[in-house]
Design a binder for this molecule. Structure first.
Ligand SMILES: Cc1cc2nc3c(=O)[nH]c(=O)nc-3n(C[C@H](O)[C@H](O)[C@H](O)COP(=O)(O)O)c2cc1C
Length: 382
């Protein structure tokens, strides 16, 4: 079974963040500008702190690409840090509530929590975003389009997004908070300003939809292969994400079954789309049934907690003396939900790309495409 693997390395104030991507089909066209465009979006968004003015991320391709196309070997992307001072960074002895500091100190028997926070920091997501950009390039070859946006910051909530990926992207990219609703954008910015003025922070909700996903990605046969489980793990692993829903999610628990499940119909005129003609008047399942994509758009939602580092630090202790002291303060954002939406898009894309490679094989793009076409013909003949 072909396997697409994404791993990252690097510390927040070390020389670089690195993404290692193994298992992409050889011959995939790589557009470096699209990687950098996603890295720039990750650094942007209203509510971010000083760090982002220092960093201007660029992904250097260190391995796995020649003449603009992937080689059979792993791809290595390097995003250099500008704020390199890992050796000089002071020790951190007062753990910050909501961070990896205390749990990491206990897990690794590490009194200097600098050695924990440097890797726990969301700077790591630069690597996942760079890898996700490659995943999106593979998915685009198969007509899959993944878009994530901000639908809530604090109490400011966006109206329902349009049903069209290009329209969402156009509106989202015109918004300082990556929200396709202009009125909500203004309310979100005002909420961030108010929180910042009060020395506080805000979380929110990110929506992500993948259009054009062929049916049958993932598998019902083993819990590790279920697509919903894999997406949930990938999204939940993003720093500060505390909830993940697929389709109706928690909403399904409140409704009777007759209002949760999507009836099945058939429309021969839609055989050429990713649905293969199997139409559903609703998509409350969010495009996944039995751990497999069903041809409908995949709908994911993620809840991000407010940034844990507060200008007015929460009570903590000094790990050495155990005396009550305020938590340490590290330069920090007021709201990173827009940036996190870029990460959600990346990890959902990476998980879908991995499931695609698993199903169709990944030695070379031509072989992946041939397997995809053969499967499609067979599925249309069912
Ligand atoms: C894009 C992004 C930026 C973040 N920026 C900050 C930040 O500036 N300050 C902070 O305290 N936490 C920030 N976080 C969240 C922390 O990294 C995260 O809460 C922490 O590592 C603990 O992990 P957990 O919340 O998943 O348990 C950010 C998260 C993301 C996804």
């Amino acid at each position: 079974m072909a396997e697409l693997v994404v791993r990252t390395a690097g510390e927040s104030h070390g020389p670089a963040v690195i993404a290692f991507i193994e298992g992409l089909p050889a011959g995939l066209p790589v557009d470096p500008a699209r990687i950098d465009a996603d890295l720039a979006r990750r650094q942007g968004g209203y509510g971010r702190g000083g760090r982002q003015q220092i960093e201007k991320d660029h992904a250097e391709i260190l391995a796995g690409v020649r003449h603009g196309k992937t080689l059979p070997g792993p791809v290595v992307l390097v995003v250099r840090n500008r704020d390199v001072r890992l050796e000089e960074c002071p020790e951190l002895s007062r753990p910050r509530p909501g961070h990896a500091d205390l749990s990491g100190a206990l897990a690794y028997l590490e009194p200097d929590m600098r050695n924990i926070l440097e890797r726990a920091s969301a700077r790591e997501t630069a690597g996942r975003v760079a890898a996700g950009a490659l995943a999106k390039m593979l998915l685009a070859e198969f007509g899959v389009d993944v878009v994530a946006w901000v639908s809530r910051i604090g109490e400011a909530v966006a109206a329902e997004a349009p049903a069209d990926a290009a329209e969402i992207r156009r509106r989202r990219d015109a918004s300082d908070v990556y929200c396709p609703d202009a009125a909500a954008t203004a309310a979100m910015k005002a909420a961030i300003d108010a929180a910042g003025a009060a020395g506080d922070t805000l979380g929110g909700v990110i929506d992500c939809v993948a259009w054009g996903v062929p049916p049958g990605l993932g598998s019902h046969t083993q819990w590790t292969r279920k697509l919903d489980g894999r997406i949930a793990q990938a999204v939940m692993s993003i720093q500060a994400v505390k909830g993940v829903e697929i389709g109706l999610g928690y909403g399904a628990a409140k409704r009777p079954g007759s209002r949760v499940h999507d009836p099945i119909g058939y429309d021969a005129a839609r055989r050429e789309t990713s649905t293969l003609g199997f139409v559903r008047p609703t998509n409350l399942a969010g495009g996944i049934e039995g751990g497999m994509s069903n041809g409908q758009p995949i709908v994911v939602s993620a809840a991000m907690k407010p940034i844990a580092t507060l200008k007015r630090p929460l009570p903590s202790i000094n790990l050495k003396t155990k005396a009550a002291e305020e938590a340490s303060y590290e330069r920090s954002d007021v709201c990173a939900v827009p940036a996190a939406s870029v990460v959600v898009e990346a990890v959902v894309a990476a998980e879908l790309a991995a499931a695609l490679v698993e199903k169709f094989g990944g030695d070379s793009l031509g072989q992946t495409r041939a397997a995809y076409e053969a499967w499609r013909r067979a599925a249309l003949g069912l």
